[in-house]
Design a protein around this ligand. Sequence first.
Ligand code: NAD
Length: 509
Amino acid sequence: MKLDFLQTLGLEATNYGSSTGLHHMTFDELISSSSPVDGQHIGKVGSTSRAQYDAIISKAQEAFKVWRTIPAPKRGEVVRQYGEKLREHKESLGKLVSYEMGKSYQEGLGEVQEMIDICDFAVGLSRQLYGLTMHSERPQHRMYEQWHPLGIVGIISAFNFPVAVWSWNAMIALVCGDVVVWKPSEKTPLCGVACQNLIADVLEANDVPEGVVNLINGDYKVGEYMSTDKRVPLVSATGSTRMGRIVGATVAERMGRSLLELGGNNAIIVEPDADMNLVLTAGVFGAVGTCGQRCTSTRRLIIHSSIYDQVKEKLVNAYKQLKIGDPLDASNHIGPLIDTDAVKMYTDAIARVKSTGGSMLVEGGVLTGSGYESGCYVSPSIAEVAANAEVAQHETFAPLLYLMRYSDLDEAIDIQNNVPQGLSSAIITNSMRSAEQFLSAAGSDCGIANVNIGTSGAEIGGAFGGEKETGGGRESGSDSWKAYMRRQTNTINYGKEVPLAQGIKFDLG
Ligand code: NAD
């Protein structure tokens, strides 16, 4: 694999360092990054020590004092320029995402496009950080609320969206007047350094003080520096429910705020009148796209009994046509899993299906031989399980799809909701009644509920996130920006009396 795209992203040295604004750091420990595509070593990144972390946080605190005074639309202008920079480097960053994480090049480009889109959104938002005004019950009083930045926003991100999730958080936080410290996944650290290198140029060209955008690298211990640190008022953490449980509790213990984006267990309900083309495209892409490594990947298809066999047959045929291999080759549908640990979780889940009464309709396994030397390639599976099967209560972060049957929509909605997670959900139907029932308060309990599209993927304009063990956080569009700011209610008396609210009397003489 030719790695010439690395140079374009400023990644030419063997030790890429941890670009933080404190460029000249030396590191005692290094993290190695290798590609699941071909197993090749890509580079090493410095792991941030506790002392380095403290220096970065001090710098960020100083930078916040300046950044919060810069008018929001001017902050938006810096973000606009970063969007331009990303447009220039879309191909090379898309390639790095694909090569370091293993998703298809098209999806790598899509991820960079999402970054560009959120920059555009944040630029508009920088002129729309609106607060409400309200009528005071007291005469000659004015009341309104305004939004102020919080300070340092810590971002912990997962491997599967190695660049987009950071920018969802960072671009919004930056226009809000916060400064950001990002810890990318230790499985995709070069993506982090590349994003930081690209934004460093823009910050420098605009005389933005050092410390506004920071990168730290390392494993969960470096994440813990932030979750335990009172100087970080908001920690936005994306990853497994296991991680979110720990980070959420740690941040709550010190009365900080957390924004949690955790695992999903997403289902599509297939009604008897469903358009079969929609079912196949939404179902198959949802289950195997990104090799089943999206938080919104389709894990369960809940199919009406009257069409169950028909859907099953079509799916099995569709799976026969899937091409698995190098994700940078556009003729392949599916690339590798992130690493051999993920492969083991996949094969363990298949074994659990078989030992607990489920049956495999398509039994994928680990692929070996030419092109599969990294040991990370698997072929996707379909299993038939009971609606309440224990194995289907968990998120297996791999292409394993469970089929279940139902006989009426109330039952299907119960099955769909009866899991600990609550991220994404969908129904395929032509019935307005079924669609509306699914979307009603008595319908899907997820943060995302779709009609006639799948569970996978989302647009940046909507608030993104889920309920229950998915963590309850919302990122990206709509009014998600409010999570990155503190609300202040202001009352101004322009009269000569001090009337008390609720008509309370307090006379001094
Ligand atoms: P992970 O939980 O293993 O790691 C995510 C990040 O958390 C990494 O940066 C890791 O170093 C850090 N981390 C782990 N333990 C920590 C701790 N105790 N304290 C502080 N930081 C800690 O997840 P992963 O394997 O990288 O990603 C896959 C998971 O992420 C899946 O469950 C997927 O559904 C979820 N995910 C959710 C969303 C969403 O928006 N809901 C988006 C992407 C991924």
